[in-house]
Design a binder for this molecule. Structure first.
Ligand SMILES: Cc1cc2nc3c(=O)[nH]c(=O)nc-3n(C[C@H](O)[C@H](O)[C@H](O)COP(=O)(O)O)c2cc1C
Length: 191
């Protein structure tokens, strides 16, 4: 390995889409962990991220709403699919709420909460990993329409949407650390 390659910093773009801030918090935490591991991590809302060719790797995250990844996250991947297909990419969503790993029917809530877009985008960009994290919901941050929706009898009768912060920081840190390990190993192996 040449001195230049040894010294080259790996530039990682963390592009996120977040309506109420829970997913942005996860993205920030991943950024902090990557920086602590010596990587050059940049955090940007997916809508604003441009010039992606300048980055060596990508983490793309979005909240799940109505079984879909936020459209800004999916649009970012679609818009930049040619670059993303050639570089390491990790995807995550923040969605299920509550503390129960299974729903009333016994299904894994992370599986049922996986946004439909993951399966659609997988063949185009072959992400290294795609992860569903538990999210957060603060009643006070909801707009009028969302408040009405979340208090509809049909939603209430099926248990309602639990309010609170269910993000598992240990799990998020461990995932970020695994990304850092993979990227550092790849750089060390570069000739
Ligand atoms: C109206 C509404 C619909 C939601 N739909 C889903 C969903 O389909 N799947 C899911 O896993 N979470 C769903 N959630 C939970 C959010 O995805 C979760 O709160 C997320 O962490 C919010 O992220 P944000 O604050 O970055 O927008 C919904 C929340 C609301 C208020």
């Amino acid at each position: 390995m040449s001195t230049f390659e040894q010294e080259k910093e790996v530039r990682v773009l963390i592009a996120y889409a977040s309506r109420h801030g829970a997913t942005r918090g996860i993205a920030e935490r991943i950024g902090a962990e990557l920086r602590q591991e010596g990587l050059d991590a940049t955090l940007l809302p997916a809508k604003q991220a441009r010039d992606v060719a300048a980055y060596d790797a990508f983490v793309v995250g979005g909240a799940a709403y109505y079984f879909h990844w936020m459209k800004e996250a999916a649009a970012f991947v679609r818009r930049n699919r040619a670059v993303l297909a050639e570089r390491p990419v990790w995807l995550f969503s923040s969605g299920p709420l509550g503390t129960e790993p299974r729903d009333a029917q016994g299904r894994d809530v992370r599986e049922t909460a996986e946004p439909k877009e993951f399966a659609e985008l997988e063949p185009a960009i072959h992400p290294r990993d795609q992860r569903v994290f538990f999210g957060a919901l603060d009643r006070d941050k909801l707009g009028l329409f969302e408040r009405m929706l979340t208090s509809m009898p049909a939603v209430r009768d099926s248990g309602g949407l639990p309010f609170g912060d269910f993000r598992d920081w240990e799990e998020i840190d461990a995932w970020a650390a695994s990304i850092a390990r993979e990227l550092k190993a790849a750089t060390a192996g570069a000739v």
